[in-house]
Every structure is written in structure tokens, then in C-alpha cells.
Write a protein that binds this ligand. Structure first.
Ligand code: PHE
Length: 386
């Protein structure tokens, strides 16, 4: 913080010359700079490329609307995107680069909890606020007062999944198939298990490694135990393969219960043979959910992109707007002032519902239950963790 303030003072002292002579305006809104620069680090390529590109679509829409209305504090907002290629190490590098080189005043990103964890450690160390649109992993924000999220945590998502399976579906025995070496997947498996047992259920679990591509042995192992459902809190890329292997083992797709990590057009494409027909998943949002602000967002999004937004796009849109609103309210455009303003976010009317940041920089929102019906993600209901 100290060295940052010094460099700011120096920058203002050098003044307009420094600002104008280089393309790199200071994101902190130094005297004369006419734009506010925010960094976004996302998986725009690699294993979870749709997470990054769908999120970017939402951020871009928010940016366009904000700048069309005159920007923030009368300045245009610019978002610098960096692709971390779906890798944690790259996420750290990109955050470092956005802060040190681009001098961004705040960060948006990531989607996958493991990468938000990596990026968040750097953002926290450098005291620049970071807002993840959709990382639900419990530890992402823990102990990091500069790291915020615009979504619920897996404490809530796992609890709701267990509640839905035990109480709404009335199931007593669940298989769990998860990526043991992934923060998100392992965290959600653990929370589900704890809550499902609380409802009197029993579980059998199988953990695989992230880079595995054949799930037959795990599925056979689960099948032998005759679970009534299989909870699979995994990302879409793995789920497509799991669903196809399951079909070969005669496990019906409707037995699977998923989580927000399934939310990708690529999963629907991979199971267009009906491999997951009837399956339920917990999610952050559904385009056909009956929210107040959802409708105008869906209209704006479909007009711009000619397709329905998924939860990544909606969360990207909300996170960007939430950040712009915080910058507008902040008394000055500095990382510290923006962090304080973000923490004070209350009843922000987002496309995904009302957003209030709690003392731990998390958001308590209802979990959306989605069902795969006729090959599409379809809104089913909403549940708030008990
Ligand atoms: N919640 C997931 C994570 O933390 C990311 C995600 C959000 C994936 C929404 C898909 C849809 O890793």
C-alpha cells in the first residue's frame, strides 16, 4: 500500500506528460487520466474455456451499458482482459501483471475456485480489491479482506444439494463422484456429504484425479453399491465424459445430480444423445428464472449475442456492475477506497437477484435448481440453505 501511494504521488507529479506519452494510463485515476482501468483474468482458453468466454460476454455487456451512460465518475471504464489458459499458475502471473504493469484499480476474476484462490493471494498481497463473479469455493475469500465474491459459497450450494436430494427427491443413499485434487469439487463433495448424513442419508464416494479421462472403473464401483443418485460436483469437461461412460455402464442420466460447474453449452453438446436427460443440478442462475431484473438483462444479452445467457454471463454482468457501482460510490478511485465501497454493497439489484456483501465478503443468495430437459438447462425451483 505504502509503495503504491508513493508511485501514485510520483505519477501525479510527473503528470500529464507521463500519462499521455504512454498508452499505459494509470488505473488509479491519476490527475488527467480520463479512464478507469479494471483488470479481468479469466480462462479464455484451455480446459474450461467456456467459463472465461461466457463471463467475458457478461462483463462486456455491463461495460458497454455503463460507458454508454457516461461511464463511472464521468470517466470511461476500460477492462483489460488476460487469459490464464485455465491454469492456476497463469492466474497468479496475470494478476501480478495486471497490478504491476497495468496498474488496475480492481480485478474481476476468476471463475474456477482454484484459480481465484491463486489470484486472490496475489491481489491480497498487493492490496488491490478482487471480485470473483462465480467462484463458490469456501476458502477463496477466507482471511483475505481484499477478496470478494458476487455469489453464494459451496457451504450453501452443498447444503442445498443435500437438502434437495434428501427432502425433495426423498433419496437415502448417494454416490459421490468428484475430482479429489480440485478445491471446488472436493469442497463441494465434503459439504454435500456432511449435510446428507445430517438428513439420515448414507454415501459412497469415489475421488478421481483432475486429468483422468476414463471413469468406467469408478462408475462400476459406485454401481456395485447401488446408490439411488450420484452427486457429481465436477466441471463440464469431465461431466461430458462421465455421462457417456455411465451410459455404457447402463447408469441412467437422470440419476446424476450436478452443480454449477456443469453449466456450459459444451456439456449440452456432449450429451445431446440424452445421456443426462432429467438430471438436476444446483446453479447460480437460470435465464428463465423469475427474477425482477432478470428480464431486462436477458433481453439486452440476447439482442447483443443472439443466445440466452447462462449463469457465468449473468454473474459476470452482475459482478462488473457491482464493481462499477462501488467505484462510483468510493470517495476516490484508489484500490483501498474501492475495497471499502465493495464491502458496503447492500441490496444491489442484479440480474441474478439481490446482492448484499456480508462481513466475510460472501453473498447469501438462494440456490437455483436446474433440470436438463429436452437437452436444455431449465429452471426448476429455488432453495435457500437451511
Ligand atoms: N463455482 C465454480 C467454482 O467455484 C465455478 C462455476 C460457476 C462454474 C458457475 C460454472 C458456473 O469453481
Amino acid at each position: 500500500m505504502f509503495s503504491r501511494s508513493i508511485s501514485l504521488v510520483l505519477l501525479s507529479a510527473v503528470g500529464l506528460v507521463a500519462c499521455n506519452s504512454s498508452k499505459k494510463t494509470d488505473g488509479a485515476g491519476a490527475a488527467g487520466s480520463n479512464e478507469i482501468v479494471v483488470g479481468a483474468y479469466l480462462s479464455l482458453s484451455g480446459g474450461e474455456a467456456t467459463f472465461g468466454s461466457d463471463t467475458r460476454a457478461g462483463i462486456d455487456l455491463a461495460l458497454e451499458e455503463t460507458n454508454a451512460k457516461g461511464g463511472v465518475k464521468g470517466k470511461k471504464v476500460r477492462v483489460i482482459y488476460e487469459d490464464d489458459k485455465s491454469k492456476s499458475e497463469e492466474a497468479s502471473n496475470k494478476v501480478r501483471q495486471l497490478i504491476d504493469r497495468e496498474k488496475v484499480v480492481a480485478l474481476l476474476g476468476e471463475v474456477a475456485s482454484s484459480r481465484s484462490e491463486a489470484g486472490g493471494i496475489i491481489a491480497q498481497g498487493k492490496q488491490v480489491p478482487m471480485l470473483t463473479p462465480s467462484s463458490t469455493g469456501v476458502t477463496v475469500t477466507k482471511g483475505k479482506d481484499f477478496v470478494f465474491r458476487a455469489c453464494f459459497t459451496d457451504e450453501q450450494q452443498g447444503a442445498v444439494a443435500a437438502q434437495f436430494v434428501a427432502q425433495k427427491l426423498g433419496k437415502k443413499k448417494a454416490g459421490i463422484l468428484f475430482a479429489a485434487d480440485d478445491d471446488y469439487s472436493a469442497g463441494l463433495a465434503k459439504t454435500f456429504q456432511a449435510h446428507f448424513k445430517k438428513y439420515g442419508g448414507t454415501v459412497v464416494e469415489k475421488g478421481f484425479q483432475k486429468d483422468e479421462t476414463n471413469f468406467t472403473t469408478y462408475l462400476q464401483g459406485l454401481k456395485k453399491e447401488s446408490p439411488e443418485v450420484i452427486f457429481a460436483p465436477v466441471y463440464y469437461s469431465a461431466m461430458g465424459k462421465i455421462a457417456r461412460d455411465a451410459k455404457r455402464e447402463g447408469i441412467p442420466g437422470s440419476m446424476f445430480i450436478g452443480s454449477d460447474g456443469w453449466d456450459s453449452p459444451d456439456l449440452l453438446e456432449a450429451v445431446k444423445g440424452g445421456e443426462l436427460e432429467g438430471a438436476y443440478l444446483t446453479d447460480l442462475y437460470a435465464a428463465d428464472a423469475p427474477y425482477e431484473n432478470a428480464k431486462s438483462f436477458v433481453t439486452a444479452f440476447t439482442t447483443k449475442y443472439k443466445r440466452d445467457p447462462n449463469s457465468l454471463s449473468a454473474q459476470g454482468y452482475d459482478a462488473a456492475n457491482m464493481l462499477f457501482a462501488a467505484i462510483e460510490r468510493a470517495p476516490e478511485v484508489t484500490p483501498l477506497a474501492i475495497k471499502t465501497a465493495l464491502a458496503a454493497t447492500k441490496d444491489f439489484a442484479g440480474a441474478t437477484g439481490k446482492i448484499t456483501v456480508d462481513a466475510n465478503r460472501n453473498v447469501n443468495k438462494p440456490v437455483v435448481i436446474v433440470q436438463i430437459k429436452a437437452g436444455k438447462f431449465t429452471y426448476h425451483s429455488e432453495l435457500l440453505a437451511e
